[in-house]
Design a binder for this molecule. Structure first.
Ligand SMILES: *Cc1c(COP(=O)(O)O)cnc(C)c1O
Length: 410
């Protein structure tokens, strides 16, 4: 008799987005006239840029001609794309990554979920709290927790690294020993960005404990402050102990197109394995389970990294960051305490005195007809906060902001 993977049943019910949907639907039913405005989505809304469209079209045309047709490509991804990424890291971060240290994928979320599979099943994981859910959920499914503890809102056996006002939403290194440390900077949901000194503390910890840092840099291109690191490899020693994951999703509007990459340096070593072994295992994993990103999409990625492509992508990012400024200044003017939104497209808004994430969510919905995302849905330390997203058409953002200004009473 077949039985399911019982670790799935340990997942605390995927509660956040279904519950938001339920409350919004109920409110709409009770108030059919209300124009509900969303500041809750973590999804891009603006059209692909001309250079990217040209790159996609070029590849489609090549597939339609027998003399230029191509089938399966290189397992690690199109060499030209990996060379373009290498040049991009050199130009934008002054760091050298070999083309064969890049692994092209269908996105940062799949890589973030899959990467744990090359590490031992008894690995102790440490995660930021609050966090993007895939780091936690993939390790639950892999059997690295004995279960969810309702009282604390935490999974047993995981090390939670609280992100709060006191530490500026960048955690201290784990207390005790962690094998795999997930870091996301700029952070979803808090919008906080780790400084070089803060990342160095994690790199030093990882080298001392021989741990591996999984660094999700999906929002790196939203950083405008030149003193803030866009890559973990800007920190000395990180090549020995860190894997970096990134994506064209938020950078180039590829959330639906699908394209990402991971970097596994050859020097990365873990206990009982020679240098190069982790790199080789990730290659093995990807060859076994994944047959490469679409060649059409990879051509779009190459176009995004061209000189014109990059210029257009940064304009797009500038558009979203202007949305962030509009939301931020309105929220601050109302007297709300707002974090993030300077180097990330998320604002982390503190709920007014004494109310919970969900109470703040309800108040925003009922008074202003605006939908945010309750911070507690990203982990117990998110309680008392609401995430507002800067992704959206300008007119929708300004309408939501106006409604908040006119109708929200704190
Ligand atoms: C949106 C997002 C990603 C991107 O995932 P893709 O699968 O590349 O679309 C990765 N990490 C975080 C934290 C995100 O918010």
């Amino acid at each position: 008799m077949a039985r399911i993977n019982e670790h799935y049943s340990k997942l605390a019910a995927g509660y956040l987005f279904p519950e938001i949907g339920r409350r919004v639907r109920q409110f709409q039913q009770e108030h059919p006239q209300a124009q509900i405005k969303k500041l809750g989505i973590g999804n891009t809304t603006e059209a692909l840029t001309p250079s990217i469209l040209a790159g996609l079209h070029k590849s489609i045309d090549r597939l339609g001609d027998v003399s230029t047709y191509s089938g399966y490509g290189d397992e690690q991804g199109d060499h030209a794309l990996r060379e373009a990424l290498k040049a991009f890291y050199q130009d934008t971060r002054s760091i050298t990554i070999d083309a064969d240290e890049f692994f092209i994928s269908d996105g940062a979320k799949p890589d973030s979920g899959n990467i744990q599979s090359i590490f031992s099943s008894d690995a102790v994981i440490a995660i930021q709290d609050p966090a993007y859910p895939v780091y936690v959920d993939s390790n639950v499914i892999a059997g690295r927790t004995s279960g969810f503890d309702q009282a604390s809102g935490e999974y047993r056996d995981f090390i939670y690294m609280p992100c709060n006002e006191e530490n500026g939403f960048i955690p201290e290194v784990p207390q005790g020993h962690a094998d795999l440390i997930y870091l996301c900077s700029p952070n979803n949901p808090t919008g906080a960005v780790a400084s070089k000194e803060q990342l160095k503390a994690f790199v030093d910890y990882a080298r001392e404990h021989r741990s591996v840092i999984i660094f999700d840099a999906a929002y790196a291109e939203y950083i405008s402050d030149p003193s803030l690191p866009k890559s973990i490899y800007e920190i000395e020693g990180a090549r020995e102990c860190a894997i970096e994951i990134n994506s064209f999703s938020k950078f180039a509007g590829f959330t639906g197109v699908r394209l990402g990459w991971s970097i596994v340096p050859r020097e990365l070593t873990v206990e009982g394995a020679a240098p190069g072994e982790v790199h080789r295992l990730w290659f093995r994993r990807q060859c076994t389970f994944f047959n490469g990103a679409s060649n059409i999409v990879q051509s779009g990625g190459i176009a995004a990294l061209s000189q014109d492509g990059l210029k257009e992508c940064y304009e797009l990012i500038g558009y979203y960051m202007e949305n962030a400024r509009i939301i931020r200044s309105a929220a601050v003017a109302l007297g709300l305490t707002v974090y993030g939104g300077d180097n990330a497209p998320y604002l982390w808004v503190k709920a007014p005195e004494g109310i919970s994430s969900w109470e703040f969510f309800d108040r925003l919905l009922e008074q202003a007809h605006v939908v945010g995302t309750p911070g507690v849905g990203f982990g117990p330390a998110g309680e008392g906060y609401l995430r507002l997203s800067a992704f959206g058409h300008r007119e929708d953002i300004t309408a939501a902001v106006k409604s908040i200004q006119d109708h929200l009473s704190l």
